[in-house]
Design a protein around this ligand. Structure first.
Ligand code: SF4
Length: 269
């Protein structure tokens, strides 16, 4: 077995897996980039397309600006094309939603619909395209890496850092260590995300570092929400989704997961 195969063991998440039925997530990235290119042919303004897909499911009076007939047709095309192209990655969503206890249905992350997953996938790709250069120009860049990438390691030696926990690199193939090494190479301070009140954290950091950029590595709904929060706070965000959602919040206990390190490096180059 090659190092690459060993590193990227295909896994199924509670709702999604970027491996789908393959042995790595490269095909997913090729597909989401192809889809974004196709949609931008119809709607060349990236920010307008982002605004359109973020408003799906919201009441017309909340749109903030008028949707035209052309917008409606674009959205219809986007939704249908995403459904046809991305369902292979979200095969477990309907089963998860059927078994979600009533008490947990108010949790918008756990209750994310299959269509929302597809829209979030496109949203993450568009946000990366829109904010990548501004992120790279920031004087202070930090990354929040989902703690579930090391949750199952009882002997994790991470320590409290200045804003969040910091990896001590105790285990060779831990994805938090691998991600942290890569992020540091590009001048980005890596942290393990444990803070629940991210809004307060982002506001504080924005005050301390006016030219700041944020990078997130998290499951799809959390990453999309974190990116929105950054944009509202005036912080240019970029991010990479986990290959599958397998933490204790989704499953009864935490299971090993991963993210695409090659795509992270491509984003930072
Ligand atoms: S490599 Fe870092 S995150 Fe992973 S178990 Fe060790 S200290 Fe924790």
């Amino acid at each position: 077995m090659s190092n690459h195969e060993k590193l990227y063991t295909p896994v199924q998440g509670k709702t999604y897996s970027l491996f789908a039925e393959g042995d790595d997530s490269e095909r997913y990235y090729t597909e989401i980039k192809r889809l974004a290119d196709a949609f931008l042919q119809r709607c060349p303004d990236e920010k307008r397309l982002l605004g359109l897909i973020q408003k799906v499911g919201k009441k017309p009076f909340l749109l903030g600006w008028k949707t035209t007939e052309a917008d409606r047709k674009t959205l219809q095309f986007v939704r249908e094309t995403l459904r046809q192209s991305l369902s292979i990655y979200t095969q477990n969503v309907s089963e998860h939603l059927k078994s979600l206890p009533l008490a947990k249905r108010a949790d918008s992350t756990l209750a994310t619909t299959e269509e929302k997953y597809h829209l979030y996938m496109l949203e993450i790709e568009l946000v990366n395209r829109i904010y990548r250069e501004e992120f790279k120009r920031a004087d202070y860049k930090f990354a929040l890496i989902a703690h579930c990438l090391r949750d199952f390691r009882p002997d994790c030696r991470s320590v409290k850092g200045d804003i969040e926990a910091v990896c001590r690199g105790c285990t060779e193939d831990c994805f938090i260590r691998l991600g942290s090494v890569l992020l540091e190479k590009y001048g980005i301070k890596p942290y393990i995300s444990v803070e629940m009140d991210q809004e307060r954290l982002f506001r504080r950091l924005k005050q301390e570092h006016p030219r700041i950029g944020a990078l997130g590595i998290a499951c799809i709904p959390e990453l999309a929400m974190g990116m929105r929060l950054c944009i509202r706070t005036g912080i240019p965000p970029v991010g990479i989704p986990l290959n599958a959602n397998r933490c204790a919040r989704w499953m009864s206990q935490a299971h090993e997961t991963s993210f695409n390190l090659e795509q992270l490096e491509e984003l930072l180059r």
